[in-house]
Design a protein around this ligand. Structure first.
Ligand SMILES: [Ca+2]
Ligand SMILES: [Ca+2]
Ligand SMILES: [Ca+2]
Ligand SMILES: [Ca+2]
Length: 242
């Protein structure tokens, strides 16, 4: 008899538990989807949207003052001065309204820009690609190189430790032209660029991705009016077909 009378209470408890779990997951999904610059909700018409593992950034929805840009994790160093740009976008479905502009300023002998990503996410090194759109105006002259660097957080402490965390690089050849180019790099093409870390490109939930950096090493080649524009940096499963 006693067991019988407990039944409704157990039912209520169980339904409360299920509701709580549902709210937790719905909220989580909602929160993740609303993160600025990383949401895919504006891109449902892209045929390869399901291939996107992580949108690192599309530069949308961000106030253009330098404090907001910095707060969102972006940084420029050496001669690379970063700012948001709305004047150089094409009609590609990924373009939207804003991209990142790099100006060549000052006299330092090095330059680059990047984003502190700080994401614990499972990336499959054997199947996944790093993609981004880039515009290097034709006036920039002859073919040039761009170094793409992925810094891992192998020891998962949120800090970049030269001795413990891997740093991977790939050099892209860019032919300046007055249109956007899509660059897709298989992760297997990245080379280990430091002695530290575990020598495996293993971005995962345990040891995530610390930083993505684009650096410019042809200091002699660039003119003061040299510009680069970047947009829609993402990881995809497999190569995308635009
Ligand atoms: Ca954009
Ligand atoms: Ca670390
Ligand atoms: Ca290493
Ligand atoms: Ca590693």
């Amino acid at each position: 008899m006693k067991e019988e009378s407990n039944k409704p209470a157990i039912k209520i408890l169980f339904s409360l538990f299920v509701t709580a779990v549902l709210i937790f997951f719905v909220e989580r999904k909602y929160l993740v989807a609303e993160i600025r610059g990383e949401t895919l909700s504006n891109y449902s018409s892209i045929s390869w949207i399901d291939q996107i593992v992580l949108l690192i950034d599309d530069f949308e929805g961000l106030a253009s003052d330098s404090v907001s840009v910095q707060k969102a994790g972006f940084f420029g160093y050496g001669r690379a001065k970063i700012s948001l740009d709305t004047a150089h976008l094409d009609r590609n479905l990924t373009a939207s309204k804003t991209c990142m502009k790099i100006d060549w300023r000052g006299s330092d002998g090095y330059a680059g820009w990047g984003k502190g990503v700080g994401k614990n996410i499972d990336i499959n090194t054997y199947t996944d690609f790093l993609n981004f759109r880039v515009l290097v105006p034709k006036s920039s002259g002859a073919e040039e190189t761009l170094i793409v660097r992925l810094e891992e957080d192998d020891n998962s402490n949120g800090i970049l430790d030269e001795a413990k965390d891997d740093s991977w690089t790939y050099t892209v050849k860019l032919k300046p032209q007055d249109k956007w180019q899509l660059i897709s790099i298989p992760l297997t093409d990245f080379a280990d660029a430091n002695a530290g870390g575990d020598s495996l490109l293993n971005i995962s939930r345990k040891g995530g991705l610390h930083t993505v950096i684009f650096s410019f090493d042809q200091v002699e080649k660039y003119k003061p009016e040299h510009n680069w524009y970047f947009d829609f940096i993402c990881f995809t499963t497999g190569r995308i077909k635009e």
